[in-house]
Write a protein of this length. Structure first.
Lengths: 285, 243
């Protein structure tokens, strides 16, 4: 009994301690918002076979961040504006030319990243903020970032709630959606813009290099077990939520980069769900 | 088969369509009557699908005009149900038949979710309501597409080779379903088909195209050995299925 009490004290005390730190409160709150947004958006991105867009937008944001650092202005708002402009250009390249979507993403976003690298070349000294954007840092989320994440996150979640049916329809049958009276082009443009906004507000927590995994992994795992599209969306959001919260908590205890741990937790969940799926198939056969 | 009004409902006037420099439709004009079952026949690459995509408003012709009831195809698009030859979507996606139709619901009370069951009963797919679309057979999938197309009581039903990839018996029952829907709901049906026997049996008008319009009229008067040779080459002829 005494041993049990000791065990309880050891595990709950650090947990409460963790939640008492303002930086951790900000990281967890922003992580929860980001996970729900990217988990939901990821189901559309995966279904449209656009996985490359996550990586593309995240890498492209480096151009905006580098420009902001050089000019001495706030990186996140600059990157958000930069991302929206790139999303609009991507949409028009896709609509007006016969360049394929993945080629357009590759062309546009590597150009933006290359611009970022050149800009950073002219800035002397070590850039801690840049490193936070590249690899993700829970300590780096300040109150302004939290407001940006909250604003964008709640806005995107509200839009997805209202237009989920139309977005789902366009995802699996663009012609059918058009014939039902929906304008697929308008929704595509809105989808590119909200995807850019959601990814860019997430890079400080997860990192430019790894943010696309928070889009891909939950949906890839959810697709293995989901019996319907609405279940697919709910499971993907739940996985994104679990991997973000567990990853952040582990990051605090193990003193390791948050982005990498969030992704590794997601990968572990994917493996577990693959095994669960195999067991289910074996039992049936 | 019931014949209804004879006024031209869909009017295609001097339509030419080019993809880059390749001409796929060359000055095609034709009319489709309201309440008819019209078949469009022609060899692969003859512009059949381009013509119906023009009627659907999914592409604008390079030259010429298409009107439905005097209005542009895009204005009339919600009046048209479309069953494509192949739906280009990832069949591993976990979308159920119910969700597939649910996406098509609107504010109209008659088109709410409860009507999904009714429309699935009509096409004989009610038992598959919670089955994933990707796990349906070819015939069942086409029926799901038809169910979606008739869900909103469309005035026009466009079917692009609806029996492609389906066995002969499935094909027969599919066309019987189309005929029944046409008779019960008075829907104008436009069907692309390669099967001349099916056209003879179910259509009351046929348009033959091979980039240009070759002829138009009733199947018995229009589909002659000469026309088939013009469309498909010198080896073409009529054969009959034996069931």
């Amino acid at each position: 009994m005494g041993q049990m009490q000791e065990y309880t004290t050891i595990t709950t005390k650090p947990m409460l301690e963790l939640l008492s730190y303002p930086f951790m409160q900000r990281a967890l709150l922003s992580g929860v918002i980001i996970s729900l947004v990217l988990g939901w958006l990821g189901t559309f991105i995966i279904s449209r076979k656009m996985s490359f867009i996550g990586d593309g937008i995240a890498h492209a944001s480096l151009g905006g961040i580098a420009l902001a650092i050089i000019l001495g202005i706030a990186p996140l708002p600059t990157a958000l504006v930069f991302g929206v402009v790139l999303a609009i250009i991507l949409f028009f390249i896709e609509q007006k030319t016969n360049v394929s979507q993945d080629a357009a993403i590759g062309l546009l976003f590597t150009t933006s990243m290359a611009t970022g690298i050149i800009l950073m070349h002219f800035h002397e000294g070590y850039q801690p903020e840049l490193m936070s954007y590249l690899f993700g840092n829970i300590l780096a989320i300040n109150t302004t970032d939290l407001w940006a994440i909250g604003g964008v996150g709640v806005g995107v979640l509200a839009l997805l709630s209202v237009f989920n049916r139309q977005m789902t329809f366009i995802t699996f049958d663009k012609d059918g959606a058009y014939l039902s009276g929906i304008s697929p082009a308008r929704y595509d443009l809105a989808f590119y813009i909200i995807t850019a906004l959601a990814i860019i507000v997430s890079v400080k927590l997860v990192g430019i290099i790894l943010v696309s995994a928070l889009i891909i992994t939950p949906s890839a795992a959810a697709k293995l077990v989901a019996p319907s599209f609405s279940a697919f969306q709910k499971i993907a959001m739940s996985i994104a939520f679990i991997m973000t919260v567990v990853g952040l908590v582990l990051s605090y205890y193990l003193d390791l980069p948050s982005g990498a741990l969030i992704i590794l937790v997601g990968s572990a969940l994917f493996i577990l769900m693959s095994m669960f799926k195999s067991l289910k198939v074996n039992r049936k056969s | 088969m019931q014949k209804q009004s004879i006024s031209p409902y869909i009017e295609v006037k001097g339509v030419t369509h080019r993809y880059n420099e390749v001409v796929v439709l060359d000055n095609v004009s034709c009319t489709i009557e309201k309440g008819s079952i019209t078949a469009i026949i022609g060899p692969n690459g003859s512009g059949k699908t381009t013509l119906i995509r023009g009627i659907l408003g999914l592409l604008s012709p390079t030259k010429g005009t298409i009107t439905i009831d005097g209005k542009s195809p895009s204005e009339m698009r919600t009046h048209v149900g479309y069953v494509p030859q192949q739906l280009q979507f990832d069949r591993t996606l976990p979308i159920t038949v119910n969700e597939f139709l649910k996406a098509y619901t609107c504010k109209d009370q008659k088109h709410r979710y409860k009507n999904i069951t009714q429309v699935l009963k009509e096409v004989g797919l009610v038992d598959q309501i919670n089955q994933k679309i990707g796990t349906l057979s070819g015939g069942q999938f086409q029926r799901a597409l038809i169910a979606r197309a008739i869900f909103h009581e469309k005035d026009i039903l466009v079917l692009d080779e609806p029996s492609a990839g389906i066995d002969i018996e499935g094909e027969q029952s599919l066309y019987e379903l189309i005929e029944r829907l046409h008779n019960e709901h008075g829907i104008t049906c436009i069907i692309i088909s390669h099967d001349v026997a099916i056209v003879h049996r179910f259509a009351d008008s046929v348009i033959c195209i091979n980039k240009r319009k070759i002829c138009q009229g009733s199947p018995s008067a229009t589909i002659t050995p000469e026309v088939l040779k013009q469309l498909y080459g010198s080896d073409a002829g009529i054969y009959h299925h034996h069931h």
